[in-house]
Write a protein that binds this ligand. Structure first.
Ligand SMILES: [Zn+2]
Length: 64
């Protein structure tokens, strides 16, 4: 018997590689631990950014 194994593929959010969505993929939806850490790091970096610090254009050079 050949059960149609439905392989669900997702794309690694970090590098875009196709990742098989299975129990064995412990880092899903990432392809690897590294990609997961990279993504997490970026997230942390994003949230660590204090709003107001990066304000390009806001100040003297406003062309209104
Ligand atoms: Zn990846």
């Amino acid at each position: 018997m050949t059960a149609p194994s439905e392989q669900k593929l997702v794309q690694c959010p970090t590098c875009g590689k196709p990742v098989e969505w299975s129990e064995q993929q412990r880092w899903r939806p990432f392809c690897s631990e590294r990609c997961k850490l990279i993504d997490l790091g970026e997230w942390l970096d994003e949230s660590n950014r204090i709003p107001g610090e990066v304000t390009p254009g806001t100040g003297q050079d406003v062309d209104v």
